[in-house]
Design a protein around this ligand. Structure first.
Ligand SMILES: O=C(O)CCC(=O)C(=O)O
Length: 283
């Protein structure tokens, strides 16, 4: 079924019934211009102006000569990146798309550098969130492009509507949790493969069962992305690791991103230890 999935953010943007229907049908919506140039530059400054965040970086994927580095944390905190994760336009929009109160599950910075960034294999986020005691797939991620994301530099790829397939079996591929390959191949014959090309500041809101991947970054351009993940408050996981159980999310107005001048104080965040890999409950 063909339906609109691309919208442009403005102060009057709302998750109307049509927007919600698009999300329910396809498993995602692309909202353009969610962060403007000033907001992006504040986020960039927070990420690179000091080592307050990057000192928590660890190797996420190692695949031959290729690598993806990552920083990941629970609890959004009060710095600029926390304001983004707590803002109405990011958290509040996801709340409406998921149909009820959400809390912050985690944020991660995915660093796919020019020429060296490693691919992400086909997977569903709920493929592993399931293992963390989340009983319902009432979860979602907002992928915010910090750089232009194109087919050349590893934009996200999604199988449109694949969230309706339910959770697939996953196993380890290049250190990641990847969907059963035969099943994914079969789903590709039914669900359109979409390359989600984005400008910096655009945001893709997607359902935790949407099957997605990205290629190696063989281009000359950096591809960093800032991903905030949310869980419905009603879906309190049975275990509290590696991500938190329900913790009220104190949302802020969109203007809080621009008025925030905290670039270095990361108090309140809980960073994943370097060396963390996807943890299975019994490992
Ligand atoms: O950054 C990417 O290309 C993919 C990230 C992703 O799919 C994930 O972390 O779940």
């Amino acid at each position: 079924m063909s339906c609109q999935t691309e919208y442009i953010f403005s102060d009057t943007f709302e998750v109307t019934d049509d927007v919600k229907r698009a999300f329910d049908e396809t498993g995602y919506i692309l909202l353009k211009d969610v962060l403007d140039k000033d907001e992006l530059s504040k986020v960039e400054h927070t990420l690179t102006g000091s080592d307050a965040i990057t000192k928590h970086m660890y190797l996420d994927t190692h695949d031959g000569d290729r690598r993806t580095d990552k920083v990941m944390w629970s609890f959004p905190g009060n710095d600029v990146t926390g304001m983004v994760a707590r803002s109405e336009k990011i958290a509040g929009t996801m709340e409406k798309l998921l149909g009820g109160e959400v809390y912050h599950y985690h944020t991660k910075l995915m660093m796919k550098d020019a020429g060296t960034g490693a691919r992400s294999v086909w997977h569903q986020d709920y493929g592993y969130w399931y293992l963390y005691g989340n009983l319902f797939p009432d979860m979602g991620t907002v992928f915010i492009a910090l750089d232009p994301c194109t087919r050349d530099n590893s934009c996200l790829q999604v199988l449109r509507g694949s969230h309706k397939c339910g959770r697939l079996d996953h196993h380890r591929v290049i250190g990641q949790m990847g969907c059963d390959e035969e099943r994914t191949q079969q789903i590709k014959e039914q669900c359109q493969l979409e390359y989600i090309e984005m400008d910096a500041g655009d945001a893709l809101y997607f359902h935790c069962n949407l099957i997605h991947s990205s290629s190696d970054n063989t281009s000359t351009k950096r591809r960093w992305a800032f991903l905030t993940a949310y869980n419905r408050a009603s879906n309190n996981p049975t275990i509290d690791r590696p991500h938190p159980q329900y913790t009220k999310l104190h949302k802020v107005s969109n203007s809080a991103i621009k008025s925030c001048t905290n670039y270095t104080d990361m108090e309140g965040k809980r960073f994943m230890n370097p060396g963390y890999k996807t943890i299975l409950p019994n490992s």
